[in-house]
Design a protein around this ligand. Structure first.
Ligand code: AMP
Ligand code: MG
Length: 312
């Protein structure tokens, strides 16, 4: 087995793969990391010159044709926004940036600032024009943030690059977003630990053994703000502009990372009950939802998750 880790997309990206020899492995790994770096140049909301940030300036009031990568991510985001009644919302950039600063300064943002930022958001002000591969924004001052879906897409694309380089068995992990192909030689699948590792009482985990798919986990274990006895997630409720305060860890299993990533963030916003219902309506998805309530964690496994052959 060959492995490599590189910082990218604001996190660490890990690749594990099986190859003929070291030379093939290194060539493939380089190509996969280069593809992820290329996607970050397109999708980042930190880099002022990313294509994403450019259209926030150029696509106001008229459609602008975008790259295939940006189009795919924005189109998938738009569909998810519709499916979730706006719980998944990539137009929240003004609000997510405010909370990013708040986390650095360890204080909750001013309510007036949250409301001012929310006024520049709304997925109805973003238009994905399929026939033209174009994007249009209704107002100046809008900021797109695809941080809830881009890492899963990057994992998919890195895996595709590995496959083109002749690697059929690989796993790409962009922090909590995993995509994988054939099982390791002689095994039935990749062993993937999921669940909540920081629940109030004890860690709640499952080991999945999977091939040809994707697994994403959203939670507040890494990025959050503790203030006044409340923990605010980096995931925002579009209705209020506030970081989520229900402590929830959502794992989604899907065929592709773009779907598992977006859906894990979306289900976090919807909450255990409504999120569970949405997943159950989609036969291609499985979900494990752990809500770390103050007293006891609530654990929901979707019917397809229960069939995944979990064990330890
Ligand atoms: P994830 O780690 O995949 O759950 O994504 C979290 C990231 O998604 C945040 O850091 C924001 O960039 C972005 N985000 C926050 N709230 C939302 C939301 N309601 N809908 C879509 N993306 C969001
Ligand atoms: Mg996500």
């Amino acid at each position: 087995a060959f492995g490599a880790v590189e910082p990218n997309m604001g996190t660490l990206v890990r690749i594990k793969l099986y190859a003929r020899d070291e030379a093939q492995a290194q060539r493939a790994i380089r190509a996969a990391f280069d593809r992820i770096a290329q996607l970050d140049d397109i999708l980042s909301d930190y880099k002022p010159r990313s294509e994403l940030n450019q259209i926030c300036r150029t696509a106001v009031g008229h459609p602008v044709r975008v790259s295939g990568d940006l189009f795919r991510v924005l189109d998938a985001s738009e569909q998810l926004a519709v499916e979730t009644g706006g719980a998944f919302d990539i137009t929240l950039g003004p609000v997510t940036h405010l909370w990013r600063k708040a986390r650095q300064e360890h204080r909750v943002p001013e309510l007036v600032a949250v409301h001012e930022a929310l006024a520049h958001c709304g997925c109805r002000k973003l238009h994905v024009i399929v026939a033209q591969h174009a994007i249009e924004l209704d107002e100046p001052g809008m900021q797109l943030d695809v941080g809830g879906i881009a890492k899963g897409y990057a994992a998919d694309e890195a895996l595709a690059v590995l496959s083109k380089a002749g690697i059929s068995s690989a796993l790409v992990a962009a922090s909590g977003d995993l995509a994988f192909s054939d099982p390791p030689p002689g095994q039935t699948g990749w062993k993937i630990g999921v669940g909540s590792f920081d629940s109030a009482e004890a860690p709640f985990t499952r080991i999945l053994v999977l091939a040809h798919g994707a697994v994403s986990t959203s939670g507040d274990s890494e990025q959050h703000l503790d203030a006044g006895g409340t923990r605010y997630s980096h995931i925002i409720d579009p209705k209020t502009g506030m970081g989520l305060t229900h402590e929830i860890t959502v794992t989604i299993v899907a065929r592709h990372g773009i779907d598992s990533d977006g859906m894990s963030t979306a289900v976090s916003v919807l909450g255990a009950e409504r999120g569970f219902e949405l997943v159950e309506r989609k036969p291609e998805l499985a979900a494990l939802i752990v809500e770390n309530g103050r007293s006891h964690p609530q654990i929901l496994e979707s019917s397809r998750f229960r069939l995944l052959g979990t064990g330890s």
